[in-house]
Design a protein around this ligand. Structure first.
Ligand code: GLN
Length: 309
């Protein structure tokens, strides 16, 4: 079943909006505090180019943890599966995204998966290029192609704000360096990672990325294979098992689609073989997921029978 009209979608947004006051905007990255906690927007993108959106879709969000899906795709394209998964595992942690706890007890000492910060830092380290600038441009170019929008850039203000307050991420890097998972200067990796997290777009762009993933890495309009199909499959699988942090299990039951959230309040959704979804609602629940965004996806999953299970 497909969405039929913008009005229909707007009705769901209005219903979900009342949940925004149950959440709080992320403040551990100071620049994220500026977001409007009442915002809620959504875009649905279908392979024929049809798009339905509701809420203030022109509002920009930074990708934050959503970027982990694309950096993983790029690292896999750069190095292949064996090398990448020698350095980062494939199992959910059940812990918060920035937790350091399991790093020490997992044997061998590698982060448990690429969707937690420790794993994402190890993945970003693997992006090939001569300099931070070149590595960042390669990631940004892939993201621009996936969203079919060459004007996508990054927020220097948010990148700087995160760089100045990223000591927990620095500590993860030092642990990874000591254990031979990364071997570059920590400040350099944090610079690249914070820029990656600050890549800025709106939920319409997000929904286009979701649509490419839904069609196995191929842009359904141009038919260009932007990500190899097996890599798109790996990314979607991680989105199911680890994409919503330590709420991934409940999300799989209640919504049932591959999705990845970020502390900005964005959610990238992909409904295999059907459509891409972009959501933005900066008020977060205690696990760091958009509180109204999850409610909205739940309502949509019921209405349009989106669950893949
Ligand atoms: N930039 C954020 C961080 O590393 C990303 C985390 C997130 O979105 N959950 O803390």
């Amino acid at each position: 079943m497909q969405c039929q009209s913008i009005e229909e979608l707007q009705l769901l947004v209005n219903k979900a909006k009342k949940y925004t006051d149950q959440g709080k905007v992320a403040d551990y990255i100071p620049a994220l505090k500026m977001a409007n906690p009442d915002s809620l927007s959504i875009a649905l993108y279908y392979p024929d180019g049809n798009c339905y959106s509701a809420g203030d879709v022109s509002e920009n969000l930074t990708l934050q943890s959503i970027s982990k899906v694309i950096s993983l795709a790029l690292a896999l394209m750069d190095w292949g599966e064996d090398y990448v998964f020698d350095h980062v595992g494939q199992e959910p942690t059940g812990d918060p995204f920035n937790s350091i706890a399991k790093l020490e007890i997992s044997k061998p000492s590698k982060p448990l998966n690429p969707m937690i910060n420790a794993g994402a830092l190890a993945v970003t380290h693997m992006i090939k290029g001569e300099s931070v600038e070149e590595r960042f441009q390669r990631l940004l170019t892939l993201i621009q192609k996936l969203a079919n929008n060459s004007s996508i850039g990054y927020s220097r203000e948010i990148a700087r704000s995160e760089f100045e307050t990223a000591d927990l991420n620095r500590s993860l890097c030092y642990f990874l360096k000591q254990h031979g998972i990364i071997n570059e200067e920590v400040e350099q990796l944090i610079d690249l990672y914070t820029r990656q997290c600050s890549i800025e777009m709106n939920c319409l762009d997000l929904s286009r990325i979701g649509c490419v993933l839904a069609f196995d890495g191929k842009d359904p309009l141009t038919e260009v294979q932007l990500i190899p199909a097996n890599i798109a499959r790996i990314c979607k699988t991680f989105m199911v098992t680890c994409g919503m942090y330590n709420a991934s299990g409940e999300f799989a039951i209640k919504v049932g689609i591959p999705a990845k959230s970020g502390v900005s309040g964005g959610i990238l959704g992909t409904v295999p073989g059907r459509c891409g979804i972009g959501v933005y609602g900066p008020a977060l629940d205690e696990k760091g997921n958009s509180v109204a965004g999850i409610q909205l996806l739940k309502m949509m999953s019921e209405k349009y029978m989106l669950s893949m299970f």
